[in-house]
Each structure stands twice: as C-alpha cells, then as structure tokens.
Design a protein around this ligand. Structure first.
Ligand code: IVH
Length: 691
C-alpha cells in the first residue's frame, strides 16, 4: 500500500471505528460485534506502525472508551484509566516486546518478567475509598472508565455488588496479612500513612450461569436476549435504577492497585488487593519468567476458558516490575508495559478480492468470495461462501469491499456485513453470467428455489463434483483419491461414472504421468477394500440433491435395502419424518431416472456390496454429536456404530441433540452442550451403551 492509499484508508477507518465505538461503548448497542471492531482497530494500528507520521491525536488508537452518559453525574479519575493495545498472534507479542526492549537499559532488559492474567470480559470500573466520619475506610465513589479521564458515577449500582467491600477490613488485619506475605514495606507504609483516598480498578462481570438464567427470563417475558455477558454486565451497571443491578448478581474482580503503597511488582499488587479485602482473580494468574511461559499460559487458558465461571476474551500480559512498567510510559491510549493477547477472533474484517462461481454436483451455482487471507478462530481463511444471488443483493456486496467475516455454525466462513463506509470508489458490482462458467449451458432458476442451476446434466464441473462426493469421507471414503487424481482420470477418459472407479486396474494408472507403481497398487487396493459399504453411506454417495448424511441414515433405516428403496413412491418419501418436500421430490426423481438406475446396476456389477441396515433399534431416533478425539475407536467407527443401531449423528449441537460424546480436548460443541443443557457422555459411557 502506498502512503497516499494508507492515508485515505486510515482516515476512513478512524471515522468508522469512532462511530461504532460510540454505539458500542456509549449506547451499549449490539449492532457491531466487538470482535469486528478489534479487527478494524488492529488494521489501523498496523498501518500506523508502518507510517508513524500518520498517527493523529484523534486516532482511536490514541484514546479510550467512550464519552460518559449524560444521565449520570461525572467522576474524574485521579490517573487516566487506560486501555491496552491488542495482540492476536505470538508474533504480535514478540514485536511488542522488541519495541519495549529498545527503550530500556541493559540491566532493565535482563529484568523483564511478566505477570499474566485471564482477561475478563466485562465493564472496567474504578473504586475510591476514603476515611469515613466515624472512622473506617469507606467506599466513596465507583465509576466507569468513560473517556479515560472522566467516567460515570455509578456508585449506587456498584454498591449492590456483594464482592465490592463497602468498608475495607480493619487496618490491623490488613497489616497482619501483608506481613504474612512478607510485604513489610507496604505494611509499614499503611501504618504510617493510612489508607485514605485509596484507588483500585477492576472489572464488573457476570457469571456465565447467571447470564443464561437472565436470558431465559428475558425470553419468558418476550424480551430480546442479551448478546453476551459483557453487554449484560455493562447494561446492569449503566442504568439508573440500582434495584436492577441488585437483581443481577454481578461480581467485581479487582486487578489494579492505583495508589502507590510501595508495591514493587504487579504480582505484589494482587497480594495487597487480597489483603485489603478485594476479590482478586489471582489464583488463575501466573508469574511468567519469559515469553515462552507467557505463550504456554495463553495456550492453557485458550483450552480451559470454559472451566472458568465467567467469560474471558484473552489474557493480559503485564511487565511485572513496576519501575520498568512506569518507565516505559504511555503511548496513545495504552501503557507500553502491558498488552492484551486476545484469543482467536470468531469475527474479523477483510477485503473481498473477487467473486467466483462454483458449480456443485447437483448443478447448483454457488458464488464464493475470494478474500484477502485473514485469521478467523485461529485458522487463515481465504474463501467465504455467499450462498446465492439473493445473498449478494441482501449484503449489497461489491468486489473490493471491506467486509466482516464470521463462521456460521462454527464451520463455514460466512460474510456477515459489508462496510460501505470504507469504499474508495474502485469497487465493482458483480455481474451474474447467463451461462454456466464451466460448460457454457444456460443457467436456470427452478420454481421456488433461490439457487441458479446449470441446465446441462453432463456439465463437466457437475460430473467432477459428483466424483469428489462419491469418494468423500461420509460416502465411500476412499483414501488417496483426491480431486487431482479424479481430474486426471476424467481427462484421460478412464472413468465416466463413479462405478468405473471399481473397474480400474493398476495398469490404467501407471500410464498416467507421475503415477508410480506402488501408489497405483495402493489406490487400487483401497478401492477394492471399500466395495463393501453400509446402506446409509451408499445412499449418501449417490449425491441426491438435499440428501445429506442424516437423511441418508433415515432412508437406510426406513427402507432397509436397495430394492425397497427403488420401489418406494413419492408418498413413501414424504411420509418419512426428517425428509422435507424438496428432498422427497429429488429422491423420487432420482429413482425414476433411467440413467441413474443403470448407474446403480453398474455399481452392483462392479462388485459393490451393500450391507443391509441392521434390524437392531437400540438407538432408534436418538441424535448424537461427537466432539474431541476418541481414544479406543475412530470417530468414523463410532458414527458407523450409531447408524447401525438406528441412531443419528449430526455435526452441530442443538436442542434436538440427545447425547454429546465428549472426547479428548473437546471443542466449542462441548460449551454449546453445556449452554443448552444437552446430556454429555464420555467415550467409556458411549461404549457401555452400545456394547
Ligand atoms: S491488568 C497495569 N488484568 O482490559 C495493568 N486488566 O483492554 C492493570 N482487563 O484496561 C490492569 N481483565 O480494564 C488487567 N485481568 C485483567 C484484566 C484487565 C480485563 C481490562 C482492563 C484494561 C482492558 C484492556
């Protein structure tokens, strides 16, 4: 990017970020996800790092929070309440450390250690305590961050939070605890100067359990649910009626001792805060002697975040030594000595470089966005599905637009929103062709369908994709037969329909360029081994429109064998519980088509043996989801077992799921199961059930 381009982009990013920050922080609006905002801020931060003279004082990287709401009286902070810069990768953290090291002397460099904490996702608060008229150190003011200098006075609401002491412990008890921790200098300081005007900071949060409970109540009252615990915590603290805050079981974790009591490190601050009587999350925190330990700490919490009672969105890394931390000072809105190392974003912003059309095995044309590569939930993605023509119109998407991408159902990247505010005028409308991009035949839009389809049944792209599907994991599962080999076999006219695969001989393959004898033999024996197949997989392999794995299981269970299935009528299909009208029609059409019946005969002639559906109904109708890795059997074996007993397996957890099998290192499905209160079972439980 040239400097002029960067300058224009920076200008637009600043405007957009400011606007949405205002909506998010000041209005508690849920229109824009904090993750997308983080992604935009990171782009701005990186551009400003490359062109430092383009940093202006009004840049969002240079300021904090939002303006205070006018409905509250204002509370001025004694010291600015800062925010942190974000890191999203180990490299970002290494760069941060590198920048800091340059500013330090040799002895200081050797004395850099870190204190790391789970980063709480709530509302930052400040508490001020002062000497009461009748003695005792009492809570005087509680406030939000606001613009960093002036916040909102939310004392009455914060006073409803049980974990916030309204009065500090007896000074003598505090001193005793500090001495136990060998913090003698701090103890002496308190003895001499007292604790008047003590300032601490932390986070008002709401436990996950409480969040779910409140959302359930919202639902009962037909009110909109809260988007996330942060939003709920913020909404509860930043409203005028303390009764509402009181009813919400908020908590406050305190992590920053602002007043100088002689603390030498951030680690000591947590010990002092505890002695003073605050709830500190220090049992989860860790002193890390080097960056390697920081990365291990982050990896640990990335895996274990769901074991905490509240949500975290990353870790905070603080240079532990306060003298060094203070010497490093502040740049823009953030202290140089700390960084927020965020967990992988489930939403991010990027640019749509192009829109391409894919022709599926059923002829469906799917537009796909070609993205500037971006990291999403820890994986670099460069494609996102656009589903169909209507979706492009609904989004108002043009080529070269900046967009927010996310993962629909945690799997397929999806475009959530276009950011027209960032347009330069160079964006181009996507023009739909009238003909198939693969074979040139006309595109059709069938009745009641939103998708366009290629009208040519022999379209090469369709053929190719039906082969890919036929050998895929849920179908014949033929290892070593990827798209490249299929393309070559098709190009050489060695295969016309998938039954030809089983007639191949090693000699057919070795004549192909770069196919060694050994790999040819391996592939042929893989094909031979897979000729025996369960009935449900067989149905799935046929690639009938709208018949996925679950519908295939239903059909296999219902019809037991191929002859029954072939003789069934449209009404028979319509009567099956999980088969919709479009799928029923597609199945009926499939088995009426002469060419397809020939194909089925060819498969049997080529030696395919279908194992008829077992009669056992032990798991009839039960829906399973598997997450994490299993120890004693493979995932496929577990699936097969479930199918054979009449059960169903799906990818996503929903209220319809009966059991979630939890393997090693379970993923987000485990969290979802807990959220929805779906029964979870271990691998051992599962084996007991099916044995
Ligand atoms: S440490 C000198 N610890 O995240 C460092 N901050 O995005 C004192 N935050 O401004 C603060 N969890 O408001 C610290 N465990 C934690 C935190 C935490 C959340 C907040 C804090 C900060 C913001 C940065």
């Amino acid at each position: 990017m040239t400097k002029t381009e960067a300058e224009k982009r920076i200008e637009k990013l600043k405007k957009l970020i400011n606007h949405y920050r205002y909506l998010y922080h000041v209005k508690d609006s849920q229109e824009f996800s904090p993750e997308a905002l983080d992604s935009l801020k990171k782009e701005l931060f990186d551009l400003e790092q490359t062109f430092p003279d383009l940093v202006t004082p009004d840049s969002p990287t240079q300021r904090v929070g939002g303006q205070p709401l006018s409905k509250f009286s204002k509370a001025r902070h004694m010291k600015p309440m800062l925010s942190f810069n974000d890191a999203f990768s180990e490299q970002d953290v290494k760069d941060w450390l590198e920048r800091n090291i340059k500013l330090l002397s040799q002895p200081e460099k050797e004395n850099i250690h870190f204190y790391c904490e789970p980063k709480l996702d709530g509302l930052a608060i400040e508490l001020v305590y002062s000497l009461g008229k009748q003695g005792g150190i009492l809570l005087k003011t509680g406030s939000t961050r606001g613009d960093g200098l002036i916040g909102e006075d939310v004392t009455q609401n914060l006073k409803t939070i049980d974990s916030i002491p309204l009065r500090l412990r007896q000074t003598s008890d505090i001193i005793k605890d500090l001495e136990k921790e060998k913090l003698f200098a701090v103890a002496d300081n308190i003895k001499n100067k007292g604790l008047d005007n003590l300032v601490v900071r932390g986070e008002a949060i709401i436990a996950q359990k409480e969040f779910l409970k409140i959302n359930k109540e919202q639902e009962k009252r037909s009110l909109a649910p809260y988007a996330n615990p942060r939003n709920l915590a913020a909404g509860s603290v930043r409203q005028l009626d303390p009764k509402i805050a009181a009813s919400r079981n908020l908590e406050a974790d305190i992590y920053d001792l602002v007043t100088d009591l002689g603390q030498k490190t951030h680690e000591q601050e947590h010990k002092i805060l505890k002695a003073l009587g605050f709830k500190s999350n220090n049992k989860y925190n860790k002193f890390c002697k080097d960056i390697k330990e920081v990365f291990a700490f982050r990896d640990f919490w990335l895996k274990k975040r769901q074991t905490l009672p509240y949500e975290i969105d990353g870790i905070v890394v603080v240079i532990n030594n306060n003298e060094i931390f203070n010497k490093l000072g502040v740049v823009g809105k953030a202290p140089r000595g700390a960084i927020a190392f965020k967990f992988p974003l489930k939403q991010a912003t990027t640019i749509v470089e192009d829109i391409k059309l894919q022709v599926g095995r059923t002829g469906a044309i799917t537009p796909v966005a070609v993205l500037k590569p971006v990291k999403l939930a820890g994986v670099v993605i460069s494609r996102a599905t656009l589903h169909n023509q209507d979706e492009i119109e609904r989004l108002g998407l043009k080529i070269k637009d900046t967009v927010i991408v996310g993962r629909a159902g945690d799997v397929i990247p999806d475009i959530i929103k276009v950011l027209p505010e960032l347009r330069t005028g160079q964006e181009k409308e996507f023009i739909w062709p009238k003909t198939c991009p693969s074979c040139g035949a006309n595109l059709l839009r069938l009745d009641r369908e939103v998708v366009l389809r290629c009208s040519n049944k022999d379209c090469f792209a369709r053929t190719k994709n039906s082969f890919y599907h036929f050998v895929s994991k849920g179908a014949f599962n033929i290892e070593g037969l990827g798209p490249k080999i299929i393309d070559r076999l098709l190009a050489e006219n060695l295969i016309k329909d998938p039954s030809d695969l089983f007639l191949l001989e090693p000699g057919d393959l070795v004549v192909l360029e770069r196919f060694a004898e050994k790999s040819a033999n391996n592939l042929i024996s893989a094909l031979r081994d897979k000729k025996k197949i369960s009935f449900s997989r067989f149905i799935f392999s046929l690639g009938i429109r709208n018949v996925g794995e679950v519908a295939s299981q239903d059909l296999a269970f219902h019809f037991k064998n191929l002859d029954n299935l072939k003789q069934a009528t449209l009404e028979d299909f319509q009567a099956i519980k999980n088969i919709g009208p479009i799928a029923a029609q597609a199945i009926a059409d499939f088995f009426k088509n002469k060419k397809n019946l020939e194909f089925l005969d060819n498969l049997i002639k080529a030696g395919v043996k279908i194992e008829n559906q077992q009669q056992s109904q032990q798991l009839a109708g039960l829906k399973f989801v598997i997450t994490g890795s299993l120890k004693t059997i493979t995932r496929d074996q577990a699936k097969e077992k479930i199918f054979s007993l009449g059960g169903l397996v799906s990818e996503a957890v929903s209220l319809k799921t009966d059991f979630v099998i939890i393997g090693l290192n379970p993923g987000s499905k485990f969290e979802k199961a807990k959220k929805l209160k779906v029964k979870t079972i271990s691998e051992a439980d599962f084996l007991k059930i099916v044995s």
